[in-house]
Design a binder for this molecule. Structure first.
Ligand SMILES: NC(=O)c1ccc[n+]([C@@H]2O[C@H](COP(=O)([O-])OP(=O)(O)OC[C@H]3O[C@@H](n4cnc5c(N)ncnc54)[C@H](O)[C@@H]3O)[C@@H](O)[C@H]2O)c1
Length: 264
């Protein structure tokens, strides 16, 4: 069965593309007709992903670098314009965590880096994405979409992940503020707030720190009513409907994708 080409002719920019959500999102958007601008700190992972998407006939351009650098974020937007002449969707997904520790024990360098990547990286991205999207709306009335990947830790406290939570709360605050600012300027701006998902961030981080066993996974998911991790595609499929050009009235939302956790 053919997949509906809902992003045909559109350019979708994804940061953190070589990671768990990023790879999955890249494949889903490409299958639906999008031209992709992919960025990641991991240059080898990014090149491998691009090669595999191109082998399947998708149009992809990449830029390796860190979202913690404003220049890199500006250059990804410039690349979208140079290569594809437009930017329709931006998914600010790149993110890192810090070692689990109570607030008084969090390493200050890690705290700083977490804020720089998870919050400043989203701000730098949005700054340049919004400028192009606003221009495009002025020219042809197009409605563009920005989706920021926050976390359930951006909606409620996350013991031992305090500075990660602080950065993700910041992402939600920025998302809602900008959504109001640009609501009549042709840009929808939303965030998703996933609970733990089976990606390298969790498997190599929190699960590995707990010994990587079934018991460690049970412990991690004990507060989730579904009592399991999300699979990456359960999160990235939601990206599709949030960014779907037909989803025209949704903006300023921070959508929990959490197996029922925030309903408790
Ligand atoms: N996996 C989860 O359980 C979970 C839950 C809630 C939110 N999130 C968020 O989802 C997003 C994606 O995480 P993931 O689970 O796919 O993790 P991941 O570690 O698999 O992927 C993250 C990607 O971001 C890249 N990256 C890291 N620092 C970067 C930087 N400075 N500049 C550019 N790229 C950088 C990494 O190289 C990696 O490819 C993150 O923002 C994370 O905080 C994840």
């Amino acid at each position: 069965m053919s997949v509906e080409q809902i992003f045909e002719g559109q350019t979708v920019l994804i940061t953190g593309a070589a990671g768990g959500f990023g790879k999955s999102a890249s494949a889903l958007f490409a299958e639906r007709g999008a031209n992709l601008v992919l960025s990641d700190y991991n240059a080898d992972g990014l090149a491998a992903l691009a090669a595999s998407l191109e082998k399947d006939g998708h149009k992809v351009t990449t830029l390796a670098g860190s979202v913690a650098e404003e220049d890199h974020c500006r250059e990804t937007v410039e690349l979208a314009m140079e290569r594809f002449g437009r930017l329709d969707v931006a998914i600010n997904n790149a993110g890192i965590g810090h070692d689990a520790a109570k607030t008084a024990q969090i390493d200050s360098k890690q705290a700083h880096m977490t804020v720089q990547v998870d919050l400043m990286g989203v701000f730098y991205g949005m700054k340049y994405q919004i400028r192009e999207m606003e221009k495009a709306h002025g020219q042809d009335g197009r409605i563009c979409s920005i989706l920021n990947v926050a976390s359930l830790a951006g909606l409620s406290g996350a013991p031992t992940l305090g500075m990660y939570a602080a950065a993700k709360f910041g992402v939600v605050g920025l998302t809602k503020s900008a959504a109001i600012e640009y609501a009549r300027r042709g840009i929808r701006i939303n965030a998703i707030c996933p609970a733990f998902a089976r990606t390298p961030m969790v498997e190599d981080g929190l699960l590995a720190a707990g010994g990587g066993t079934k018991e460690a996974e049970d412990f991690l998911t004990r507060g989730i009513p579904m009592r399991r991790l999300a699979e990456p595609e359960e999160i990235t499929r939601s990206m599709l409907w949030i960014c779907d050009p037909r989803n025209t009235f949704m903006t300023g939302q921070a959508v929990a994708l959490d197996g029922g956790t925030s309903a408790q």
